[in-house]
Design a protein around this ligand. Structure first.
Ligand SMILES: Cc1cc2nc3c(=O)[nH]c(=O)nc-3n(C[C@H](O)[C@H](O)[C@H](O)COP(=O)(O)OP(=O)(O)OC[C@H]3O[C@@H](n4cnc5c(N)ncnc54)[C@H](O)[C@@H]3O)c2cc1C
Length: 445
């Protein structure tokens, strides 16, 4: 029977392993933890979410919503488990992270064709027909060394920053209020409102705070979509109030008006015992996080369950190295998936994990799987990974900028909302056609 090795039981690796097993293929899934932990993982569970507990928007029309719709049509095992473990978060899909990972572990354990091996791979293991490397943005040094040697110094590093988590019972609810943006009445978020004096004091403290100094091997390059809060603040006095602290659509019940700025807190677990500080990825030192984040109205006595921090992020120069089927041009039996191949984000990692498994299945049966069309979300993401022209290559999450422009016929202009709807309609139709034509086992809903 065909055998595939998957390196890394993260989001991409677990998705790939479950999809392969579903196709009747024997899989050995290798995971380095707990023997070798990464700088961000804290458990030995598969598919651990290392930062936010959010898989982002489920709404269509949006790039994230469309990608989820397509993954649902593919019957994505991990997306189904994320939905099963959802916590209230407005239109985004946020999960109870521990229950989610436990459910992934249970699905893997229940799959007779998957052997779960707790072992670091410093190179692709011998004895397999194919191997998928899904070791993530924090792939172990040994494996990175092998990749660099094999593919000549093509792995890149940049920083990602993670947000603090605070305990729910340490929030002062006489100041903080519950609301979702633009929604009347009680909402899913806890909101900490600033007046203009409080905002100024907070801004001054943040821009003068002590930061963690980068380690020697870490080269400071921030990914624009995940900027540390102090980095955003340094770009201008109002950059926070128009960015992560924007107050629009949030009426403070005490004043009936929008505050000057708002720090939003999102539920981290199903019981609402812990809250994530939305947009507060940071590289401040721990004493500075305690001092400055407790200046936020409502958080004077905040108990930090996890502090924010920064970490290395690794990915390959995929457009130069990979073929259309996500295998290396020079090693067609070896595939890349997840963040290491150049997508960014949890859902996107599930998506490329799923896709790599479909490509691998086809290669095993000697067939060529035509990639999804670039007008759909999965296809746009795939296209970015294998043929982005941006130099140097940078990972991307799914967004409409990756989609080819829409044909608006003889109309001179279409509104933003209508354009997004047109993009999603086109994506949906193209994806269904592709799936019906190329994926026999797919249940297209
Ligand atoms: C600090 C940080 C914070 C992030 N925050 C977010 C966020 O909030 N939201 C978001 O959408 N995305 C975030 N990302 C981006 C990214 O989408 C996630 O990291 C996502 O988990 C990537 O999925 P993956 O499967 O590629 O890697 P991972 O989920 O990291 O899985 C890789 C697995 O491989 C294992 N492994 C590593 N090396 C080896 C080896 N040699 N042998 C065997 N196993 C190995 C690791 O232990 C890990 O379990 C963040 C990234 C980082 C680094």
């Amino acid at each position: 029977m065909n055998k595939v090795a998957v390196i890394g039981a993260g989001l991409a690796g677990c998705e790939a392993a479950l999809v392969l097993a579903r196709q009747g293929i024997n899989v050995s899934l290798y995971e380095a933890r707990p023997q070798r932990m990464t700088p961000a993982h804290t458990t030995d569970l598969p598919a651990e979410l290392v930062c936010s507990n959010s898989f982002k928007s489920q709404d269509v029309p949006s790039g994230h919503g469309q990608l989820k719709a397509e993954l649902s049509m593919l019957d994505s095992p991990l997306l189904a488990l994320a939905r099963k473990n959802a916590v209230p978060a407005g239109s985004s899909l946020s999960v109870d992270r521990e229950n989610f990972s436990r459910d992934v572990a249970a699905s893997i354990a229940a799959e007779p064709l998957i052997t779960f091996i707790r072992q670091e791979c410093t190179e692709p293991p011998d004895g397999f027909d194919l191997c998928i490397i899904a070791a993530g943005p924090l792939a172990s040094e040994g494996l990175c060394g092998w990749l660099t040697k094999e593919f000549s110094s093509v792995s890149l590093n940049f920083y990602d920053a993670i947000a603090p988590i605070i305990s729910a019972d340490s929030i002062d609810y006489s100041i903080a209020f519950s609301a979702s943006r633009w929604v009347e009445g009680e909402g899913d978020y806890i909101n900490c409102p600033f007046n203009s004096d409080e905002y100024k004091a907070f801004f001054d403290a943040l821009t003068e705070a002590d930061k963690v100094i980068a380690r020697k091997f870490e080269n400071e390059k921030f990914f624009e979509a995940c900027l540390p809060v102090e980095e955003i603040a340094s770009r201008g006095y109002q950059s926070l109030a128009f960015g992560p602290l924007r107050p629009v659509g949030l009426d403070d019940p005490r004043t009936g008006r929008w505050p000057h700025a708002v720090c939003q807190l999102r539920k981290e677990d199903a019981n609402g015992e812990s809250y994530n500080m939305v947009g507060f990825q940071t590289r401040l030192t721990i004493p500075e996080q305690k001092r400055i984040f407790r200046m936020i109205p409502g958080l004077a006595n905040a108990e930090f369950l996890r502090f924010g921090s920064i970490h290395r992020n690794t990915y390959m120069d995929s457009p130069r190295l990979l073929s259309e089927d996500l295998s290396f041009k020079t090693r067609p039996q070896l595939f890349l998936a997840g963040q290491l191949c150049g997508n960014e984000g949890y859902t996107e990692s599930i998506a490329t994990g799923h896709l790599s498994a479909l490509f691998a299945c086809n290669k095993l049966s000697g067939q060529y799987l035509c990639p999804p069309p670039d007008v759909c979300a999965l296809g746009a993401l795939h296209r970015h990974v294998i043929s982005s022209l941006v130099q140097p290559f940078t990972p991307s999450n799914v967004h409409f900028g990756l989609f080819p422009p829409i044909d608006i016929g003889n109309r001179r202009k279409v509104g933003k909302k209508e354009k997004k709807e047109m993009l999603c309609k086109r994506a949906d139709e193209a994806f269904r056609k592709w799936a019906e034509l190329h994926l026999k086992s797919v249940k297209v809903i």
